[in-house]
Design a protein. Structure first.
Length: 388
């Protein structure tokens, strides 16, 4: 039977010379160690600079899972939507200051589902070139026409709107709020201005902003003062919130439409109550423990200043710092060197990032301590001197 799939093995073998082959390696989260930013790999304890656990909540012991059902048993529209799910929706709607929220089993499902469901045939989607794969796949599944604009290029969006707006019933501008591989911000203020001027609708994926940015911790839209101007915001429960899943915040008609027509929501089993309880605890922590986001934002500024990485005030506080080395094999070598130094810093290679931009993606957490940050800076200085 294996021989029938030799063509797949051949394609995999072709990835090896360029250092592009990726494999899974098991890690254990050291929950009981008192070190929330630590993982164990191959018997070694490593400081974790690869996780999206920005507030240090993912490794925290959660509610007693024996007191809650192990699964929800069905999709939300059948009987999988429990009182806990409803409570989480209400808490998220309060955080987002929006009319309603829909929950999804993953952030990927939320992004791909929203973009594939809301834009219709006869509409146009304008999508940032560096949007997350889930948004890209949503665009591909949508019946609307699509145009990809260069990353964060406001002038290109303006030109597309001037040229094409009258040809379409509706135009949707789709963008990440914080770009997960580059750690930079979308120009949301300018995009909101264009949306207002041309009667377009803005969809922002707040995956890497939720819990971290903004005075209330609701994300990049809040940090940039455009929260009320972005009608549809997508978030994740799997990063700063420290649990698993995704959500969409928006006006009631948007949420009701998704509940009735969004296939990833309708045909997926709802998240388990234990997962929802963990997410609810994370949302409460965002609201009640602002010191967590203040700490990780302070670390982000410290690392950027030490490495002389220029960024505006808000962008400087994003806890994602890419160290671009270019070559795939070189990125892997530096990741191995980091592990030898007691740190997990993943090498990110194409197709996750564009060709020629392989990098170490550093992700900071409120769970880190100052000594760990100092070790990270010392290590990264050597790499920056070599490649920049």
């Amino acid at each position: 039977m294996t021989s029938r799939f030799s063509f797949l093995q051949q394609w995999l073998d072709e990835l090896v010379p360029s250092g592009s082959l990726r494999t899974l390696r098991a890690c254990e989260i050291a929950v009981a160690s008192g070190e929330p930013a630590t993982v164990i790999r191959g018997g070694r304890r490593l400081v974790n600079f690869g996780s999206n656990d920005y507030l240090g909540l993912a490794a925290a012991p959660s509610v007693d899972p024996t007191a809650l059902p192990r699964g929800s048993g069905a999709s939300p529209l059948v009987c999988g939507y429990t009182a806990l799910h409803e409570q989480l929706c209400e808490a998220l709607a309060e955080l987002e200051r929006t009319e309603a929220v829909a929950l999804f089993p993953t952030g990927y499902a939320a992004c791909s589902g929203v973009v594939s469901t809301l834009p219709q045939r006869g509409d146009l989607i304008l999508s940032d070139a560096l949007n997350h794969a889930s948004l890209i796949d949503g665009c591909r599944l949508s019946r609307a026409e699509k145009r990809i604009y260069p990353h964060a290029d406001v002038a290109a969006v303006a030109e597309l709107l001037v040229r094409h707006r009258r040809e379409f019933e509706r135009v949707w501008i789709v963008t990440d709020g914080v770009f997960g591989m580059d750690g930079d911000l979308s120009p949301l203020v300018e995009l909101c201005d264009l949306a207002d001027r041309h009667d377009a609708l803005l969809i922002v994926d707040e995956a890497h902003g939720t819990g971290v940015l903004g005075e209330d911790g609701s994300g990049a839209c809040a940090a940039l003062g455009v929260k009320s101007r972005v009608p549809i915001r997508i978030g994740t429960l799997s990063k700063a919130i420290g649990a698993q899943g995704g959500f969409v915040a928006g006006p009631r008609p948007v949420i009701d439409y998704l509940i009735n027509f969004c296939r990833p929501l309708i045909f997926s089993t709802a998240a388990a109550p234990a997962v929802i309880a963990a997410a609810l605890a994370g949302v409460n922590a965002v609201r009640e423990e602002p010191q967590r986001r203040e700490r990780v934002r302070r670390f982000a500024v410290t690392v950027r200043q030490a490495l002389e990485i220029l960024a505006d005030d808000i962008a400087a506080e994003i806890p994602i710092i890419p160290i671009v080395v270019g070559d795939n094999a070189a990125a892997v070598r530096q990741a191995v060197a980091a592990e030898a130094a007691g740190m997990l810093i993943p090498a990110i290679r194409p197709p996750t990032v564009p060709e020629g931009t392989a990098r170490l993606r550093v992700s900071l957490s409120a769970g880190h301590d100052q000594e760990q940050i100092d070790r990270l800076i010392d290590f990264l200085r050597l790499i920056c001197c070599r490649y920049h």
